[in-house]
Design a protein around this ligand. Structure first.
Ligand code: COA
Length: 225
């Protein structure tokens, strides 16, 4: 069977009943982590995303959502404690992204493409010279999009490795030239997918080479459980 990964775009906008249902699904640790957010939008985003990952993983494993036990690596990457399945999460703006892969590590990242005055400085600092050149080669109105595409691919790779910032970002080089989509020029053995479906967002998934990536909307009613 070919390796595959499933990606769900989870809208943060949910009914009050769905948010209450989502909150009820979380562990007490997840609930108190969510309640520590200062802004309501961040709290809801965290509650909805964690409930969604629980529902989706339970379905993939044919278990009950409440049975799943999660842990985190020393660098913070969450994993299911007693099952051979990988997942990853990213939050930004109006969406979270949940990715599940049974065939190896997965990293996902999404960013709401906010206007960013100093993105050129950030790019100079964190991106490789050929990457800043690729940004500069686009028409001005496309440059910020290129910045966010680079950002999300790099971040998704770091999250697939679970390494956070332990590797210098400028060492991870992305090449957008190939017709089949971007590749990691500096790393072997990975596939990049950026078939974004969330308006106004950049998004990227990094999985082991040869893995087919399927994107879909999360449409479960979190109230009805
Ligand atoms: C967590 C991290 C990997 C990403 O953080 P972020 O982009 O702010 O946030 P995202 O919403 O995309 O991801 C957060 C989720 O990633 C997961 N996560 C946390 N640590 C992780 C790690 N080491 N590896 C993989 N996933 C991790 C968690 O599920 C977390 O959500 P949760 O706290 O609700 O459970 C961050 O610690 C990091 O090191 N980022 C790199 C920062 C950077 O400069 N990137 C530049 C890219 S060009």
């Amino acid at each position: 069977v070919a390796a595959s990964a499933q990606i769900w775009a989870v809208p943060v906008a949910q009914t009050p009943a769905a948010i209450a249902g989502a909150r009820a699904r979380l562990s007490s640790g997840e609930r108190s982590a969510a309640d520590r957010f200062v802004f309501e939008a961040d709290r809801v985003r965290s509650i909805v995303a964690h409930a969604a990952w629980r529902v989706l993983l339970a379905r993939a494993l044919d278990r009950l959502p409440g049975e799943l036990r999660f842990d985190r690596t020393p660098l913070g990457k969450p994993y299911v404690a007693d099952a051979d399945i990988q997942f990853n999460l990213s939050h930004s703006g109006d969406y979270s992204l949940v990715g599940i892969c049974r065939d190896g590590e997965i990293g996902v990242d999404t960013e709401l493409m906010r206007t960013l005055g100093d993105y050129r400085d950030v790019a100079k600092r964190f991106f490789a010279p050929q990457e800043t050149a690729w940004i500069g080669a686009a028409p001005p109105e496309q440059q910020l999009v290129r910045f966010y595409r680079l950002w999300t691919v790099k971040e998704a790779f770091l999250k697939a490795c679970g390494s956070g910032l332990s590797k210098p970002l400028s060492d991870v080089v992305v090449d957008f030239a190939p017709a089949g989509g971007p590749v990691l020029a500096s790393e072997r053995g990975w596939t990049v997918d950026e078939s974004v479906m969330m308006p106004g967002h950049a998004a990227a998934v990094v999985v082991p080479a040869g893995t087919t990536v399927h994107w879909q909307w999360f449409e479960d009613d979190l109230a009805g459980v």
